[in-house]
Design a protein around this ligand. Structure first.
Ligand code: NI
Length: 271
């Protein structure tokens, strides 16, 4: 069987990633980009923790458009093929590489500080392009290999992420994630990836959603997540409430609680 004929889940599990996955037409991606810009502006006006954390990890608890996106059937139909019928949203994050930015991310695995116990097959990051992604605008790169199947040791790095995988690696083997607006890549929490600086005249903007199965175990304690399809058994993540009215009092309360719980979890993991 050729790799083209392999099922999406098989490719995602075997390689650690799969792309391009067409999800939305370009005009919808453009609409989401405008919504992201507006969200950033409103968050800055609100100030405090909302301004500090406007781009991660709980946009879906503040902005109804983000809540609608994480529940979109076109996304969930792909996600259920990967992690099964019961789906929670753990995080939403906007990744921007500004035009001309010298910023880069060293080779790393996302799950290093997550406290996830063997997340293989129970968690996926959907990295949705709101602008095109190119080598020039510093797109993400995946590093193929067996290291993508479990956590590997990291060492301190000088880059923005702070840590990089502690292994000999062949930079030239990196695979550029080239996407049109509305296309996505999917990768596992242990897939080694990096991103480069930008020589482009426009920003590169992607919206990432971390979907998890309630079967995922998180130590030392679960925090919270939003149920978007199927059911979540007792004892899994505390369930979040959707935002309801835009940036309303209840949404702000839910956002603050969830961000605090996440911060506490990360502190506990790092101890
Ligand atoms: Ni990453």
């Amino acid at each position: 069987m050729t790799s083209v004929a392999l099922d999406l889940r098989e490719r995602w599990l075997a390689d650690g990633y799969a792309f391009p996955v067409p999800l939305l037409p370009p005009d919808e991606a453009a609409g989401l980009l405008a919504a992201v810009r507006r969200h950033e502006e409103i968050s800055r006006r609100v100030g405090g923790r909302v301004a500090q954390r406007w781009n991660s990890p709980k946009i879906h608890l503040l902005a109804p458009w983000a809540d609608a996106l994480v529940r979109d059937e076109r996304l969930l139909d792909v996600v259920t093929r990967l992690i099964g019928p019961d789906v929670l949203v753990w995080s939403t994050t906007v990744f921007t590489r500004p035009a001309g930015s010298t910023e880069r991310l060293a080779w790393h695995q996302d799950a290093l500080h997550y406290g996830w116990v063997n997340p293989r097959g129970t968690a996926v990051r959907v990295w949705l392009a709101l602008t095109g992604t190119t080598r020039e605008n510093g797109t993400m790169r995946f590093l193929p290999g067996p290291h993508n199947r479990e956590l590997v040791p990291h060492r301190p790095s000088g880059g923005a992420h702070g840590l990089e995988v502690d292994m000999e690696l062949d930079e030239a083997a990196g695979v550029d994630v080239l996407l049109a607006p509305g296309e996505a890549s999917v990768h596992t929490p242990t897939t080694v990836h990096s991103s480069g600086p930008s020589a482009a005249a426009a920003d590169r903007v992607c919206f990432a959603i971390d979907y998890i199965s309630p079967a995922l175990r998180q130590l030392p304690a679960p925090d919270s997540a939003l149920l978007v399809r199927g059911r979540a058994a007792p004892g899994s993540f505390a369930l979040e409430e959707p935002p309801g009215s835009e940036y309303g009092a209840a949404a702000l309360r839910g956002f603050h609680e969830a961000v605090l719980a996440r911060d506490r979890h990360f502190v506990a993991v790092s101890r």
